[in-house]
Design a protein around this ligand. Structure first.
Ligand code: ADP
Length: 686
């Protein structure tokens, strides 16, 4: 059958070609051309990427630096707002740390505001860790060892104290050592009141205290504190610690920071572990400890780098951001003044090198992660690589210093041409792949669409064919009926035999009409689905027998011989009318397409779980190429025999639909000139 293009079809094809095929072809062409330029493009992209990467890294470092300044400023303001004197116990809030900064110093009018204690003049912390015991201590120690018992020791100390009180010539140092020895003894024996009494002698007599080494003072303090704790006098222990702190802060000379730190750390830790400490006090002691520790630590730094501090203080020059750096070996300080802070306040901060570097490098690392394949390195002034890598043989494209505080060099390198080639080749393959894929999809889609359109056309043509053949089919019997009826009405037929013959012919033609209309109705019924079906358990043999009995005569008249077998009690679930027309169509076709002398076998029997219905004939047969098509709606084999046989092309379409709705299988074996066998297998029910 040839397909004629209507106006609509033409429009459709024009749209299809103009809207899909043409743009795809143009796009493909352009893409292929672009792929050719891939290497050039890759180099260009790399240059652009490198510039963006450089800017992003510099921005990230700058931003993080700025953040550190801001945090330092916030921390220093916090320090200023805090009670600057530690003695305002209970008012101190937790200390504010800045990651990357080790210490913060706050000045007002060039005077130190924080750490507060360092505003008094102080001496450089003496290192007592290697101190040897004084000769007197040594002597006492040896004496203690040589004495046989505590009793004997007590005797010695008593004699010595007595001498001490009565002899003004006894050296003060000896007196102190004596009292200390006696205190230790009393403490060991658990005589706490006596130990406290002796300690008070030491603590309350300034002339004695003046001779105490700073570290001996702290051990006296610690002993005192511990006795109070041993006696469970927690409140007194707390008060005592605060009074020692007051003394320490108010004394003119602050000496030996490390031994003071040791005492206070010990005392604060113990106080914080008191179970009866109120929540409020716990917080206050906690803050006090942290604040005090920071102050002492900062004082150490101040003492150590005093020259750098005074130089920074004197130097009026600052960068436009108000920042001035000073570096001496591993130590880096910076000064922040107006506009970072207001008034005459300035802040000097010491950078914690490791933390600062990590903080900045973390930011750079996260930027670098989104810019893979760009060779770069960040190197510090010791030539150690902080981030990235120095390539073996690539030219340096740019080098910048990225940190204000340190000499960090940020270098970008030329990319290996081989690598660019490799990357662009990979991209090329990907693009080729994508392009081919889309081309194949478009071609395949077009092909499928064409096929679909062709099929639609065929169907339309078949329907038209069907309508004309149906109307022809309907017309032929109608014409005969009309003719015979008219003849009889005009009274032309007088003989009774003729009247009988004509009315017989009218009846036959009428039943042909009925059959044809029945087939059309059946077909329409199938097209509307199974909704109209009435499902029931029925004996297939009874149904097939009925059909056979009704149409057997037509075959016999044609001179055909029948063989049948209807096995009883073969039940299936189905719709009676549908199964009736399936059976009828198959037997009718066998009769229609078999010429005399011929044979037709109709069999119904059960096999395993199935009910088998088969119709075999010795008729014209169906060529293999047609076997697929004959079940299509309105399809008729286009040979001579078919054309001369009356039919609608609907019979097998009905058979197929009924079988499908009954979940039955159809098989066909046929040879042209030899005959055909149609076999339908239903599921058997009990
Ligand atoms: P039709 O009304 O033309 O018989 P069918 O759908 O019943 O329509 O059959 C489709 C076509 O299949 C027929 O035109 C015929 O060529 C072929 N066909 C069907 N049954 C047989 C058969 N038993 N032997 C040979 N050809 C057959």
């Amino acid at each position: 059958m040839s397909i004629k293009f209507s106006k609509n079809n033409f429009l459709f094809f024009a749209l299809f070609a103009g809207g899909i095929v043409l743009p795809t072809a143009i796009l493909s062409f352009l893409s292929f051309r672009n792929i050719q330029n891939e290497i050039f493009l890759a180099q260009k992209t790399f240059d652009e990427n490198r510039a963006s990467f450089q800017k992003e890294v510099e921005d990230a470092v700058h931003k993080e630096q700025e953040k550190i300044y801001q945090e330092t400023k916030a921390a220093s303001l916090f320090l200023y707002e805090q009670p600057r004197s530690l003695l305002e116990f209970g008012n101190a809030a937790a200390f504010k740390e800045v990651s990357g900064i080790e210490a913060i110093f706050l000045y007002n009018d060039n005077k130190l505001v924080y750490p507060d204690i360092s505003s008094r003049h102080f001496y450089k912390a003496a290192d007592f860790s290697n101190a040897k015991p004084s000769p007197v201590e040594m002597q006492l120690f040896l004496e203690e060892q040589s004495l046989k018992s505590d009793k004997a020791a007590e005797q010695v100390y008593l004699t010595r104290s007595f001498r001490m009180l009565h002899s003004p010539f006894e050296s003060t140092s000896d007196q102190v050592q004596n009292i200390l020895g006696m205190t230790r003894l009393a403490y060991k024996k658990g005589n706490y009141p006596e130990a406290l009494r002796l300690l008070r002698i030491l603590e309350q007599h300034p002339h004695l205290q003046g001779y105490l080494h700073a570290d001996i003072t702290r051990s006296v303090n610690l002993l005192h504190f511990e006795i109070l704790v041993k006696q469970k006098k927690h409140q007194e222990a707390e008060d005592y610690t605060l009074s020692v702190l007051t003394q320490f802060l108010q004394s003119d000379h602050i000496e030996n920071i490390s031994s003071a730190r040791f005492f206070f750390e010990e005392a604060f830790t113990q106080i914080l572990s008191f179970e009866d400490l109120s929540q409020e006090k716990r917080e206050a002691f906690w803050n006090l400890r942290s604040n005090f520790n920071h102050q002492l630590g900062y004082m150490d730094i101040l003492a150590k780098y005093r020259d750098m501090f005074s130089e920074l203080l004197e130097n009026e020059l600052t960068s436009k951001e108000g920042i001035l750096y000073s570096t001496d070996g591993p130590v880096t300080l910076f000064k922040m003044s107006y506009p970072q802070l207001s008034g005459n306040q300035i802040v000097i901060a010491k950078i914690d090198n490791d933390a600062y570097r990590n903080r900045i490098m973390d930011k750079v690392k996260s930027v670098a992660q989104s810019w893979k394949n760009i060779p770069f390195s960040i190197v510090d002034d010791n030539n150690s690589v902080l981030l990235g890598a120095i390539p073996d043989s690539a030219a340096v494209l740019s080098q910048t210093r990225i940190s204000d505080a340190f000499d960090w060099d940020f270098s970008l390198y030329e990319k290996d041409v081989k690598e660019i080639r490799k990357e662009s080749r990979q991209r090329m393959f990907l693009m080729y792949g994508l392009l081919s894929f889309s081309l194949i999809t478009v071609i395949l889609g077009s092909f499928l669409m064409l096929r679909f359109i062709t099929q639609e056309h065929k169907l339309l043509a078949m329907k038209a064919n069907f309508l004309s053949s149906v109307s022809h089919e309907l017309k032929t019997p109608l014409t005969s009926i009309k003719m015979f009826a008219e003849m009889m009405a005009r009274g032309r037929v007088q003989k009774t035999e003729k009247v009988q013959e004509y009315s017989g012919l009218i009846g036959k033609e009428a039943s042909r009409l009925e059959n044809l209309i029945g087939a059309i109705l059946n077909y329409t019924r199938m097209e509307h689905g199974t909704g109209a079906f009435k499902w029931e358990r029925l004996d297939f043999s009874i149904c097939a027998q009925k059909v056979f009995d009704a149409i057997e005569d037509i075959g016999v008249e044609k001179g055909l011989e029948f063989h049948t077998k209807f096995e009883p009690n073969v039940y299936v679930m189905g719709d009676y009318t549908a199964l009736y027309s399936l059976t009828q169509n198959l037997i009718e076709n066998a009769i229609k397409y078999t010429n005399a002398p011929g044979e037709i076998a109709v069999n119904v029997y059960s096999e395993d779980n199935h009910v088998v219905f088969s119709v075999a004939d010795t008729g014209v047969g169906i060529p293999i190429s047609e076997q697929k098509n004959i079940f299509n709606d309105f399809y008729r084999v286009g040979d001579e025999m078919t054309r001369s046989t009356k039919g609608s092309g609907l019979g097998l379409a009905i058979v197929k639909r009924v079988a499908e709705t009954h979940k039955a299988t159809i098989s066909l074996s046929s040879k042209p000139g030899k005959g055909s066998t149609f076999t339908i297998k239903f599921k058997k029910v009990d």
